[in-house]
Ligand binder design. Sequence first.
Ligand code: SF4
Length: 483
Amino acid sequence: MARFLPPDAFHSSAPIELLPIRFERRGPGRVLVSNMVGDFISLTDDEFDRIASLRLSPSETLYETAFAAHLIGRRGQTAQLQLLATRLRSRMAFLRTPSALHLFVVTLRCEHSCPYCQVSRQSSDRSRFDMSEETAERALAIALESPSPAIKLEFQGGEPLLNFPLIEKIVANAKAQAPRVGKTIQFVITSNLALLSDDILSFCKSNEVMISTSLDGPADLHNKNRPRPGGNSHDLAVKGIKRAQQILGKDRVGALMTTTDRSLDRVEQIINEYRSLDLDGIFLRPLSPYGFAVKTRQVTKYDTNRWLEFYSKGLRYILDLNRRGERFTEFYTSLMLTRMLSDRPTGYVDLRSPAGTGLGALVYNYDGRVFASDEGRMLAEMGDDAFVLGKVADASYRSLVLSDKLLRMVADSLSQCAPECHACVFESHCGADPTYHHATQGDHVGIKPLSGFCTRQKSVMRTIIDLLHGSPDDATILRGWVA
Ligand code: SF4
């Protein structure tokens, strides 16, 4: 008498069914397939056709592969669906801590005159462009009403250090009120550092304020991109970064670059500039179609494909540095890898669906208007009020995030059901970005085949997938960048 039942006895008799999948045909005979939480698997045409038409039997390897990749299941079997639901809930957990970021535009004044500036700055002698104390108090009250237990207040401009006394007051008030509302609060000043002093740094040190700045590359490039009287913006930025690193610590100082047409042939030099300042990575950031970048026609000087060449060359160079033992990261790639290889929720508002617009961040303008996104206030400076949610004087947190305008914007732009996106193999890792599509195409959804955002997202993700499936060395380095 047999002691064990035959293998068939352990197979469910429930019919096989296809779970939600998306796919893209890639190259001759290959198909890239993703399941409902964005795990990728590369299949041959024949394998894909057999899975899609359920021509599979439990005794074969392809059945096991499809089952393990969550492409198929058994009708009535709930364990697999529960696992997918748990992972999806974890990926979407950003919805449980809405509006964790609050941007205070403490002044629109700036002593730089960068032609690509996204904020349409005003000249520095026009004090009517400063935020008042009353507006700041109302904005802080709204920020403290938001449900997230941990929030970040970021001070922006113009150049926020031109209104530093207001920053001091907001930080002091926020710290005094935080225990009452049970919140932890982080502070960031986004500055060009030209006005940085040791007094300001000592305030930052005692209040744990982080510094974020702009660094576009070597001196000649940075000074051309970021002109100021005296032509020394690079010198001041570099001195400021070094001094801030000394006083606050290296991990409290970050820099961002913007790619102009002058940057395109110089990606290695730009990366080397960051390395020379002991910064641990770089965000190879394209120009955004807002503010002065539009007025001065900077955005028309190169297209998405040219930026992609710049990005790919930079990424290859950075991987080479890592292969030679230097730890250095491209931050956008790291962000995408974290989306693709983990189920952690993203903190990056442009890569969310529902969109991070308003739900991820609120922007309090110097004049009391509240915007759903930083780019939205840049559009308003160009005369387009589509992203104004209200005024601090008569708004509450609830009235802003539950306003018809914001709800419509978020509902309209869901990538899970937007044309093209809903069937896109990359949807789980992408975002809705209604501000970009409104700015470039006049509606929140946009026609994705014409969207620079979409072209960039697809190309970056294809590049990353090719690298992960290519040399084992590259794959190991990239897996180490998952945050
Ligand atoms: S924007 Fe483009 S890449 Fe992103 S999900 Fe939509 S179609 Fe896919």
